[in-house]
Design a protein around this ligand. Structure first.
Ligand code: SF4
Ligand code: SF4
Length: 390
């Protein structure tokens, strides 16, 4: 692939968090250390070299940053403190903005002010819509209080109406995510003219996907033993988040009830387990990032904090909403319901397609594309034996 050297690439990546790239003197120690390196995939030096040489086009089609498990072994052993692990994460952020055809991710990653302002504006819009909806035409709030003095949320905001809003929002988010994944495929697979991928080839990687996705196996090879705890809590947090997301989008009628069920009812048990997953995960990742006690938490981009803070307030308002509801405090329940929506909606609208959250979607697809690429290269008997800087 012939391409122009882009002299501004390094400066651009600086905004995504890659700050020490200039220290690298290409000794190759990081590649020797990395447990992910294998034939045809030379972590992380190939990526570092693309950055140093200003190979923007190659970098945009590079899958390696998605395969990196962010164990930090390379940064720990780098003789120049070039922090290659953080460079891999910075390039992930950069790639998120490359895949996003709307260009909004790029703006958010480059400007803290713009991201925070967008969150605040979206919060205010949600608040105004909530106040309009609850004031006109059903402004008689006495109907929203049950005979026992508790809140009747479904009288104030029927789950059907909330569901309609959920579906409209989920539809827009799914559209953005799918089109971004399509663009990712275009960059990684379609645009690589050396690959001849047939329809059947796309089905083959599924047989090995579980093995590829299981990061536990990869973490077991890392020097940093705390990573197993990190991975378990990361998985617990993601599962809890995914469960609550699925409940809100698909099963709100089962979840948003005016009846307070007994403690051991499946609705409450599921809600409590997911809330524990979110709370423990948030505390763990917040502590890690604050104490910087692991290689992968030494540097935090502002978007890492934004996601964690939005998740924290969404969880906190969700817990308070539940407590106020079961203890029969309707006024506090309704105010908290509004506050909950004011953080939940910006978190979904901004984080899912345009920021940190999207790595949950891109990473599995990157693993799939990497395996597909490897299989196709093996099939055509052209496995590279030296790093390829195409
Ligand atoms: S990032 Fe560090 S370990 Fe890797 S090649 Fe550069 S100087 Fe060597
Ligand atoms: S952070 Fe770990 S997996 Fe990623 S490039 Fe460095 S050594 Fe390899």
């Amino acid at each position: 692939m012939s391409q122009r050297v882009n002299l501004d690439l390094k400066k651009e990546l600086f905004l995504y968090g890659a700050k020490e790239w200039n220290q690298c003197f290409q000794c190759g120690n990081c590649t020797a250390t990395c447990h992910t390196t294998e034939n045809g995939f030379f972590f992380p030096r190939k990526t570092v070299r693309q950055v140093l040489m200003g190979l923007k086009k190659s970098l945009q089609t590079n899958i390696d940053p998605w395969l990196c498990t962010y164990c930090g072994d390379c940064s720990r052993t780098c003789p120049r403190d070039a922090n290659p692990a953080e460079m891999m994460m910075s390039i992930r952020r950069y790639l998120i903005s490359v895949y996003d055809w709307t260009g909004i991710s790029k703006l958010f990653y480059k400007s803290k002010t713009l991201e925070v302002t967008s969150i605040i504006v979206l919060s205010i819009i949600v608040m105004v819509l909530y106040l309009i909806y609850t004031t006109f035409p059903s402004g008689d709030s006495s109907q929203w209080i049950g005979p026992d003095g508790g809140a009747l949320i479904n009288k104030m905001a029927p789950w059907q109406t909330i569901h309609l809003g959920d579906w409209l929002m989920a539809g827009a988010l799914v559209f953005l995510v799918i089109t971004n994944i399509f663009y990712m495929w275009y960059k990684i697979i379609y645009d690589d003219k050396s690959l001849k991928v047939g329809f059947i080839d796309y089905l083959k990687p599924f047989s090995k996907l579980v093995k590829l996705i299981n990061p536990d196996v990869k973490y077991a090879k890392c020097d940093e033993k705390k990573l197993t705890t990190y991975w378990v809590l990361h998985a617990f947090l993601a599962l809890s988040y995914g469960t609550l997301f699925a409940i809100i989008v698909f099963f709100l009628d089962w979840f948003q009830t005016d009846t307070v069920y007994p403690f051991l009812h499946p609705q409450r048990i599921l809600g409590y387990i997911a809330t524990i997953g979110l709370t423990v995960g948030i505390i763990y990742f917040y502590t890690n990032r604050t104490l910087k006690n692991m290689e992968n938490s030494k540097y935090s981009h502002f978007t890492d904090w934004t996601f964690l803070i939005l998740l924290f307030f969404t969880t906190l308002t969700g817990i308070l909403l539940h407590v106020f509801r079961i203890y029969g405090l309707p006024q506090l329940t309704y105010v908290t319901y509004m506050l909950h929506l004011m953080v939940l909606v910006p978190m979904l609208v901004i984080e899912v397609p345009f920021s940190k959250w999207s790595h949950m979607i891109y990473r599995p697809f990157a693993l799939y594309f990497a395996h597909l690429k490897k299989m196709v290269i093996e099939k055509s008997k052209t496995i590279p034996h030296q790093p390829q800087y195409n």
